[in-house]
Design a protein around this ligand. Structure first.
Ligand SMILES: O=C(O)c1ccc[n+]([C@@H]2O[C@H](COP(=O)([O-])O)[C@@H](O)[C@H]2O)c1
Ligand SMILES: Cc1cc2nc[nH]c2cc1C
Length: 350
């Protein structure tokens, strides 16, 4: 039997391309370091893409959507039906990520991994339903092992489609009412922190709502928080869309596509995936710092330096889509700026 996709080899970044990109940055007509993170991003992309002219176009955005059985515990400000309704909105072009994808001229695909209210079949939605949502993680494991493998494989297929389309940057988004409970529980298990430190309002719970959500996560962690192995955490506390994101990110690294990581839920998926495959870490760029309070701890654990902090907390891949033009700028500056020699500009004084 062949190994599952998430066990395939991941190519290391090219050190010669990194060294040449670093050397070129010093020659460009600017004080060394003055373009800050735009410099390091261009150098990272050059090494990842094994290219002296890094480029993020075409960009692929894949939004993974699924429902969560833990909604039975009353942990979200919104009803579960919104997940299916938003899938239709993504496809119809009216959601925030639909607008941003158009603006970026990025390919957008929406992948339905299973909702309680069947999402209307629409063009542009890939049906990859595993079940009408996960089981209630406060009372039983969120998913079975075959369901977890199916979700990981669904993510890998999205990475394969991105590679076939020639994508040079992958943005993974998510939609799932209740998924901040799942992501917070996963983060607690993976980071060995208490729910009080990593739980927040999600779509907009008040203080009482957050206190109840913390109690639900405590219950879930008591039931199955002891096994901190990443597949066990994904299976017992995760969501289908979170597992698919983990599979997609590993699949992108396997195929040589850099990933721009979105907000809290996507970062938790990335953390689980990095625990599974530490070499994935090189392939992740971080878009923004979400308002969800657990995000900072997850970013710190990933040693991430997010590009933006806009107080966003939408999900869908929206923070990454907003940050993507910064990567375009970083590449354009790296590729097109004149050198001191070309432009006849004097370098720094001795
Ligand atoms: O990306 C984030 O940082 C983020 C923070 C808070 C909420 N969300 C979105 O809100 C939904 C989950 O919120 P909740 O309260 O239902 O758990 C889900 O569809 C996410 O895309 C996303
Ligand atoms: C309307 C709505 C849109 C979303 N997009 C991502 N999560 C969401 C949650 C809600 C409630």
């Amino acid at each position: 039997m062949t190994d599952p996709a998430w066990q395939q080899p991941i190519r290391p970044p090219s050190q010669p391309h990194r060294q040449r990109a670093l050397a070129r940055q010093v020659l460009l007509t600017k004080p060394p370091g003055s373009l800050g993170q735009l410099e390091s991003v261009a150098v990272t992309l050059a090494a990842l893409q094994h290219s002296d002219s890094p480029d993020v176009d075409p960009i692929r955005i894949a939004v993974f959507a699924a429902d969560h059985g833990v909604c039975d515990e009353g942990i979200s400000a919104f009803p579960q039906a919104v997940t299916g309704q938003m899938i239709a909105n993504f496809a119809a072009g009216g959601a925030a990520i639909s607008v941003l994808a158009r603006q970026l001229q990025a390919g957008l695909e929406v992948i339905n991994l299973g909702t309680v209210t069947p999402a209307p079949l629409s063009d542009g939605v890939i049906d990859a339903a595993i079940a009408p949502g996960t089981a209630n993680l406060a009372r039983q494991p969120a998913m079975t092992s075959p369901q977890l493998q199916a979700a990981l494989a669904t993510g890998d297929r999205a990475a394969a489609r991105a590679a076939e389309a020639g994508s040079r940057l992958f943005i993974g988004g998510e939609m799932g009412i209740g998924n901040t409970t799942s992501a917070s529980a996963m983060a607690c298990a993976l980071l060995e922190q208490p729910p009080t430190a990593l739980t927040g309002p999600g779509t907009g719970l008040d203080a009482d709502g957050v206190a109840h959500k913390i109690a639900v996560i405590e219950q879930a962690l008591q039931r199955h928080g002891q096994d901190r192995e990443p597949l066990a955490v994904l299976g017992s506390l995760g969501g289908f869309e979170i597992a698919a994101l983990a599979g997609a990110f590993i699949g992108c690294a396997v195929r040589g596509i850099p990933v721009l990581v979105d907000g809290f839920i996507v970062s938790v998926a990335a953390l689980a995936a990095v625990r599974l495959r530490p070499e994935l870490h090189d392939w992740l760029l971080f878009a923004h710092h979400s308002l969800e309070p657990g995000h900072m701890a997850v970013l710190t654990a990933l040693d991430a330096r997010p590009l933006l902090a806009l107080h966003m907390r939408l999900g869908e891949g929206s923070g990454a889509a907003v940050a993507a033009p910064l990567l375009r700028s970083a590449c354009a500056l790296h590729n097109q700026m004149a050198t001191f020699a070309d432009a006849g500009v004097s370098g720094a004084s001795e």
